[in-house]
Write a protein that binds this ligand. Structure first.
Ligand code: NAD
Length: 244
């Protein structure tokens, strides 16, 4: 049986681990040709063997153009690479502020500018940006610049959706709640009281558990596929009720 993404070439950034890797796995299972890109090749061996693994730093404009040029077509772009700076505004120094903007915001500008001309020429394309409920949707303590960048992701998504709706291009976002990924484990592990931090993160999820990467990937499949042909500029919240 043909999958929901059969015939589509999909480029996923930040694909080495966590949500990005789960998206690659789900896309491969749905029959897509997947280019799984990441700044690090440390986890390329864990990716499904059907995926094409390529090194890509999403903050590098030349590399963003080059990866798109290397492939005949990109039907779906998933901007998943991201960085979580922990701290309130007083704890956020200039370097962390700039880094957060580069990885979470400028990367999306660079990647979308690289894929849009081809999508426009083919009059077809789907872009999925991974945002967060910690954005304009809700606040979380000590996520000052992270929430600012993810709010920007939501705004960019709507802006691009409107500007290119006449070109057959759709642009949507997914806002995950707290998802059990390696970077989350690292944030918990480096906190002052890891056990307590984990319990607090679970407690703020009304479903009483963390999300799983595959649960975010399921929404990405929907937004990448033609099943969501009437959706653009939308934000799909997958958060176990966290933002209620
Ligand atoms: P993760 O840190 O586990 O994985 C991120 C991947 O991105 C890593 O493989 C890393 O090497 C890669 N990456 C980092 N900088 C990069 C760069 N400059 N260029 C290319 N790749 C780069 O992250 P995750 O928890 O799976 O999160 C993925 C996305 O989902 C992020 O945008 C994150 O903000 C968002 N998100 C995560 C959660 C959560 O609870 N985990 C919640 C809401 C939103």
């Amino acid at each position: 049986m043909a999958g929901r993404l059969a015939g589509k070439t999909c480029l996923v950034t930040g694909a080495g681990q966590g949500i990005g890797r789960a998206i690659v796995e789900a896309f491969v299972a749905e029959g897509a040709s997947v280019i799984a890109s990441d700044i690090s090749d440390a986890h390329f061996g864990d990716l499904p063997r059907e995926a094409m693994a390529e090194r890509l730093d999403v903050t590098d404009a030349a590399a963003a153009s080059a990866i798109v040029e290397r492939h005949a077509r990109i039907d779906v772009l998933v901007n998943c690479a991201g960085y979580v700076a922990v701290g309130d505004i007083l704890e956020c120094d200039a370097a962390d502020f700039a880094r957060s903007l580069r990885i979470n915001v400028e990367s999306i500008y660079l990647m979308i500018r690289a894929v849009l001309p081809g999508m426009r020429a083919r009059r077809s394309g789907a872009i999925v940006n991974i945002a967060s409920v910690v954005s304009t949707t809700m606040a979380a303590r000590r996520r000052f610049v992270y929430s600012a960048t993810k709010g920007a992701v939501l705004a960019m998504t709507r802006s691009i959706a409107l500007d290119f709706v006449g070109d057959g291009i759709r642009c949507n976002s997914i806002s995950p709640g707290t998802v059990d990924t390696p970077s989350l484990a690292e944030r918990i592990g480096t906190s002052a009281e890891p056990e307590r931090t984990r319990a607090e993160m679970i407690a703020r999820q009304p479903m009483g558990r963390l999300g799983q990467p595959r649960e975010i990937a399921a929404a990405a499949v929907l937004l990448a596929s033609d099943e969501s042909a009437f959706m653009t500029g939308a934000d799909v919240v997958v958060d176990g009720g966290c933002a209620l």
